[in-house]
Design a binder for this molecule. Structure first.
Ligand code: NAD
Length: 385
């Protein structure tokens, strides 16, 4: 299949492009390098050095003999986006290309507006590109488990059968997200469902859990193929951050008591889930939703697992929670769709964490210690006024 990966220079987009190429698909990546600009803005680079996109694609060609085409530009530039889709003629488009940090979206008004404008308008341009150029293209869109929040009922895969005053309907599952970033994903999901219903597009919305890990079999083939590894409090995801703090000899910073439960997924499963979704497309007119996570765990438990596995002393420190979230809550998520397509999950009990300690150890001189502690407070804007 021909697959266009939007956000193909990012943490997940790049390894996904490699995985799809490795499996025999014709792949192109598109990116505007916004993520590399946030690094400059925040003063924290990827812990593992990463090459620029052309060096990466050249290295993949040298290692595998396969080519990955590049499109450098912005989803907000509709002319550019339409041009790329017209030229590459994909049968599937995987859409990772959004601002994806909750704390970044909560810095202030400017960052909230940037996040929602970038994410919602980029996705809307994409829906129009698909509808106008080739409505048969399968959109595989990265959403997040954070769209649901933590409701006191089971979380279904996107849809909910509702009985109300004696009548029944199948509705989009109600969402209670926890940041302006997560809200942007909810808005995207609604726009995509509408486009499937009205224009008969086909889409798979992947509500992904928190990803951990840094290597896939393809990125490990050559240092030039490495993907980014974020350690800072704005972009570092929770388990990755704890691993880095353990290696640095710093306490693992748990927000509040750590009773918040999150869905997790290994980066090797992320890329495989995308392959499964691409190779098993949704029907025309179908808005299909999968919960892309393999296990759930409280933040406190994640810290304990990292501490247990680290071969040295580790402290766990409870910080005042800078976010606004329920300290303890019910969390029971259905996630059978991708298993049904053949996913064989790597669970946290596998060996991955140990290999992460080595990767961090080799690069720990690159850490800017000032960026480890949270500085963005969810109530910051209102407290300051
Ligand atoms: P990332 O920031 O590393 O990658 C996103 C890429 O998209 C970046 O390279 C960025 O430059 C590009 N991009 C952003 N806006 C763009 C635009 N307007 N035009 C073109 N390119 C643009 O993020 P990631 O961790 O790889 O996440 C990828 C996707 O997966 C995101 O949509 C994110 O919300 C979702 N997701 C990630 C996680 C996680 O734990 N990392 C969890 C759940 C969902």
């Amino acid at each position: 299949m021909r697959v266009l990966v939007l956000g193909g220079d990012g943490y997940l987009g790049w390894p996904t492009a490699l995985h799809l190429s490795d499996k025999g698909h014709e792949v192109a990546v598109l990116d505007n390098f916004a993520r590399r600009q946030y690094d400059v803005e925040l003063g924290a680079e990827s812990l593992v050095p990463i090459e620029d996109l052309s060096t990466r694609t050249d290295a993949w060609h040298a290692v595998s003999g396969k080519r990955i085409e590049r499109y450098e530009g912005d989803l907000l530039d509709a002319e550019f986006l339409f041009g790329a889709v017209r030229e590459f003629r994909p049968s599937a488009i995987v859409h990772f290309a959004e601002q994806r940090s909750a704390p970044y979206s909560m810095i202030d008004r400017e960052h909230a507006v940037y996040t929602q404008h970038n994410n919602v308008v980029g996705n809307l341009n994409l829906l129009y590109a698909i509808a106008e150029i080739d409505p048969d293209i399968h959109l595989v869109k990265l959403g997040t488990m954070g769209e649901y929040g933590t409701p006191n009922i089971d979380i279904e895969e996107g849809w909910l059968e509702v009985e109300h005053n004696g009548r029944r309907d199948r509705m989009l599952y109600p969402k209670k997200p926890g940041s302006f970033y997560h809200l942007s994903k909810v808005h995207d999901s609604h726009n995509i469902e509408f486009a499937c219903r009205i224009w008969e597009l086909r889409a798979t919305d992947l509500n992904q859990g928190v990803v951990y890990g840094q290597q896939t079999p393809q990125t490990a083939l050559d240092p030039r193929l490495a993907t980014r590894f974020d350690y800072d409090a704005v972009f570092g995801t929770v388990l990755n951050r704890f691993v880095i703090q353990a290696v640095l000899g710093q306490p693992l910073t748990v927000y509040g008591k750590g009773g918040q439960t999150r869905g997790l997924i290994d980066i090797r499963d992320t890329v495989e889930c995308i392959r499964l979704a691409v190779e098993n497309p949704a029907e025309r007119g179908e808005f299909r939703v999968f919960n892309q996570m393999t296990e759930s765990m409280s933040v406190r438990r994640i810290a304990e697992v990292v501490a247990d596995r680290f071969p040295g002393p580790v402290q766990i420190e409870n910080l005042d929670n800078p976010r606004v979230e329920q300290p303890e809550h019910y969390y029971n998520v259905k996630h059978t769709g991708l298993i049904g397509l053949g996913l064989e999950p790597h669970l946290l009990s596998d060996t991955l964490i140990e290999s992460m300690f080595d990767i961090v150890g080799a690069n720990k001189h690159r850490v800017n210690d000032d960026r480890l502690r949270p500085t963005v407070r969810w109530r910051g804007a209102v407290e300051a006024s």
